[in-house]
Design a protein around this ligand. Structure first.
Ligand code: ATP
Ligand code: MG
Length: 886
């Protein structure tokens, strides 16, 4: 079976078991402060598991794009060195939310692997949780009992808390799990090791690996660490797709399957190097150099996928947060290609067409955004290769210094600086040092690294206490229709971040919009007759608005009125609607390739990022503005559809964003021809926007442009500012009618006068030169010119050169000039004064300039110094003469 067929068979199997087949959520998570990337299939069901979203349909299955490069799951350093961990991989999963539990999950997994896919049951081992006496949790005998229906006792292995007890986080749903492991060793390997598959489970043997994990969520962990029963049992399973494909295709490395081989073939062609497969390696062991090549090819093939999928999901490489993680992955690949595959120029982007050809059908987002992916990747590669070059030359200098000092070890602080500012990982620094006969102090490096990690940890630490439940129930969001609503507090908790304390409230009914989809959260108050509490911000968490307050009300059980600050709300709503109109107009003016790549909407401004490959011209900007303002004047009413099934919304012609997570039911917002999937708050009609003006258009990354704009009242203020400025400028010119003409005339006059003055100055210099040369004294055969006179520095230099040109034979010329009460000393002499008399203008000027409180220097025959003390000027001239000692 091909990889694509295997993916389909999984979906078909679970469909036949009454599971709804759902799409993968985006790999990049946009609105969850606790998680940057999807790292497991269950992430997108967090709300259901926590009980804040409707669990129907209760059986679901999918393949989920996952990325494990940060936080709890970080496999980055393994990737490429082993053959079964990836940064980005697909996780096949099936879920039951309060439907079947352990028995159903175990039976279905077994049926799929053994009856459908025909894996050999003798190669399969399963684990069950051994129990934890200190937490009072018994062994998972229940799971063991159901497994015993399918496998002999000696294929069931007890596992510890680390491997067999799953937790969502420090708090929240958790429970025991059962892993399925496959012994895929060759007969020779089995013979040679003498160990049974059972002995090798969870022992990091690359041929006895976990492929599927069945999690049985049945507890909820509270902040004090104690466990309580979960109100709804949940089955959450995850199977590594690439590992499954490898087992079914009889390979011993994920990279030897048709998931990776096409990419690796392309790498071989581009680099003229060979990749040695597992089978080939069995026949003849490979050299260290070939092993490095193998690792590098795996790294590049893997990272190509991770970076491409992230870009397609809207996460571009950048210098912060999720973008920085992606940048680091890309740089790791560039580094391996640079060091081991001899690629000194951008290389990864050349593999994009192969990836898109192979995976574009299953993941259409790749196909649709191929051009953007290639462009962004190439630009990132180019930029990092330049940094690498810079780092290498820095390292060269450091090594030169070491050699001069007779040392052989680079200190760890320097190695860390290379890592931190130039993205130079320790192994690369070590490699280059080793090639030049130096070592690196690794211990020091690690100390620096540790320090940085601590700094980061302290900055990010957030402490949440348990929710205090005041009433049961879930929140109703009423903000699309109301800005004020009666409410009670359902629950609250204390949050501590960087020593600041605040509280989060969940209300039963709320008109407050929690920050999401680029639109800032509402602020306002909750109040009743006795008190008023400010809501300083609203965030969205697990499908609910969480209200941020500095203090709790005295009576938290009381009824309140929740009131949104409507000035701000209406202003941000208008800006949000304006982004929709802008999106529409950009597509009209620039073309259909325009894709939204991010937006920010607040009461005072709006920002819109989109894919487009060149600068938007001034004329195009005007055209977009005119189109948007025209739609504003048409005062188009909002046409809003809530709870529309996803497919129906598509039929309505609504635009969905790549990388956005949509539920089964969506909201569609239409303003005339603009129709988008959107959960945000909008103006009731476009007229409310008032006016729209683009302030700037710029580039944020390769292929991504950014427009910043303002609307309504903000535009009004902008207009006033411009008007005031214009009035002030007009006043300078006596309120001339033809302002442009008058200013142009002034500029022309100014230019003409400047030229004239320069002419006078040149004449003055000419005259002064002539007079000074005539007055020159002669001392021991040397013509001496010295004078103190008013003149600007540039003219003084000119004068000195003119004098030199006019004097034949030996010359010493010392000029003290001043302009705007600033003194300047210039010394000019003929070349023989330097060669035969051993004088040096630079030295003389430095010494004499002390008398004008200044400094300077220059060449041996000409030097200048500026200073602060005009009164010392003639003494300084005398000093030069004295020092010259003719
Ligand atoms: P391992 O111990 O091999 O790292 P895990 O315990 O981290 O696996 P889970 O978190 O249970 O794995 O994930 C479920 C399944 O996803 C695993 O059984 C495995 O098949 C697959 N998987 C996990 N991590 C990776 C990875 N980095 N690359 C590819 N597949 C993975
Ligand atoms: Mg793992």
């Amino acid at each position: 079976m091909t990889a694509n067929e295997i993916r389909d068979s999984f979906k078909k199997f679970f469909e036949s078991k009454q599971h709804a087949i759902v799409p993968s959520a985006p790999m990049v998570i946009k609105d969850d402060p606790t998680l940057m990337f999807t790292n497991a299939g269950m992430n997108q069901w967090k709300d259901i598991i926590l009980g804040t979203r409707d669990p129907e349909p209760r059986r679901r299955a999918d393949t989920q794009k996952c990325l494990r490069v940060s936080g709890k799951h970080n496999d980055l350093e393994e990737v490429g060195h082993d053959t079964y961990h990836h940064t980005m991989f697909e996780m096949l999963g099936n879920w039951s939310f309060g439907d079947y539990f352990k028995e159903g999950a175990i039976d279905m997994a077994w049926e799929y692997l053994v009856d459908v896919l025909k894996l050999n049951p003798e190669d399969l081992y399963v684990t069950v949780f051994e129990g934890s006496p200190e937490e009072n949790i018994p062994r998972d005998d229940e799971a063991a009992k159901y497994w015993a229906k399918h496998v002999p006792e000696d294929h069931i292995i007890n596992g510890n808390k680390h491997d067999n007890f799953w937790e969502m986080g420090d708090t929240g749903p958790c429970g025991p799990c059962s892993e399925i492991h496959v012994d895929s060793r060759t007969p020779e390997q089995r013979k040679a090791s003498g160990k049974s598959g059972r002995d090798l489970v969870n022992q990091d043997d690359p041929q006895v690996i976990e492929i599927w994990n069945l999690v049985f969520m049945q507890f909820n962990r509270k902040a004090d660490g104690s466990l309580e029963k979960l109100s709804m049992n949940v089955i959450d399973t995850g199977m590594g797709f690439e590992r499954l494909v490898r087992m079914l295709q009889g390979k011993h490395s994920n990279y030897d399957t048709d998931v990776f081989q096409p990419i690796i073939k392309a790498e071989q062609q581009l680099t003229d190097l060979k990749y040695v497969t597992f089978e080939e390696e069995q026949e003849a062991p490979i050299s260290k150099q070939q092993d490095d090549i193998n690792v590098a090819m795996r790294v590049c093939a893997d990272h190509l996928r991770a970076v491409s999928f992230s870009i397609a999901d809207g996460q571009l490489p950048s210098n912060a947060k999720a973008g920085y993680v992606i940048r680091r992955i890309l740089r790791r690949a560039v580094r391996y290609a640079y060091t081991f595959l001899g690629q000194k120029e951008a290389f990864l982007y050349k593999l994009v067409p192969t990836l898109v050809y192979e995976m574009g059908d299953a993941f259409p987002e790749l196909k649709a955004q191929q051009q953007l992916i290639s462009k962004v990747m190439k630009e990132e590669e180019d930029a990092f290769l330049r940094t690498l070059d810079k780092g290498i030359s820095l390292l060269d200098k450091a090594m030169e210094l070491l050699k001069a000092e007779g040392k052989s070890e680079l200190d760890g602080v320097q190695a860390f600086r290379l890592f931190d500012t130039y993205g130079f990982p320790l192994d690369l620094t070590e490699l280059i040092c080793r090639e030049n006969g130096f070592t690196v102090n690794e211990e020091q490096f690690n100390v620096e690294m540790q320090k940085q990690k601590e700094r980061a940890r302290n900055a990010a630490a957030v402490e949440n206490s348990d929710w205090v439940e005041l009433a049961a129930g879930e929140q109703q969001f009423v903000g699309y229709d109301y800005t004020e609503y009666e409410c009670h507090i359902l629950r609250y908790r204390k949050v501590t971040q960087k020593k600041n304390e605040f509280y989060e409230l969940v209300l039963d009914y709320t008109p407050f919009y929690g920050e999401m989809g680029g639109q800032v959260g509402d602020c306002g108050v909750i109040c009743n007759e006795t008190e008023t509490i400010d809501i300083i911000d609203s965030k969205r968490e697990n499908n609910q608005t969480v209200h941020i307050v500095k203090q709790l009300p005295k009576d938290s059980m009381a009824q309140f009125m929740a009131c949104v600050d409507t000035d701000k709300r209406y202003a941000s709503a208008a800006n949000h609607t304006a982004t929709h109109l802008l999106d529409y107009a950009l597509k009209q003016v620039l073309g259909d390739h325009v894709e939204q790549k991010g937006s920010f909407v607040s009461p005072d401004t709006l920002r819109f990022d989109f894919s487009h490959f060149e600068k938007v011209s001034d004329e195009q900007i005007r055209e977009v503005e005119r189109m948007v303002n025209d739609m504003i004047r048409q005062d188009i009413h909002i046409d809003e559809h809530r709870d529309v099934p996803f497919d129906e919304a598509k039929k309505l012609g609504a635009i969905a964003l790549f990388g956005e997570k949509y539920g089964d039911k969506v909201r569609v917002v239409r303003f005339g021809p603009s129709c988008e999937f959107c959960g945000g708050i909008h103006a009731s009609s476009t007229g409310r926007i008032g006016f729209f003006k683009i302030l700037s258009e710029s580039s944020v990354a390769a292929g991504i442009r950014r427009i910043e704009a303002k609307t309504g009242k903000e535009c009004e203020e902008l207009l006033y500012q411009t008007e005031d400025m214009l009035k002030a400028v007009k006043a300078f010119f006596n309120n001339a009618k033809d302002l442009q003409g008058v200013i142009k005339k002034y500029i022309d006059e100014h230019d003409a006068m400047k030229k004239e003055i320069e002419g006078f100055q040149a004449q003055a210099v000419e005259r002064a030169a002539k007079q000074l040369v005539e007055k020159a004294r002669e001392v021991n055969g040397v013509k001496v010119v010295s004078a103190v006179l008013p003149m600007n520095p540039a003219a003084a230099k000119d004068l000195a050169f003119k004098i030199r040109a006019a004097v034949e034979g030996s010359l010493l010329c010392v000029l003290g000039t001043h302009a705007d009460s600033k003194p300047q000393l210039s010394i000019m002499m003929s070349d023989d004064m330097v060669s035969d008399h051993g004088l040096n203008a630079g030295q003389l000027v430095r010494e004499a300039a002390k008398l004008i409180q200044g400094g300077g220097g220059g060449q041996p025959h000409f030097a200048q110094a500026g200073g602060k003390n005009v009164d010392g000027l003639s003494a300084a001239v005398d000093k030069v003469m004295e020092l010259a000692n003719l």
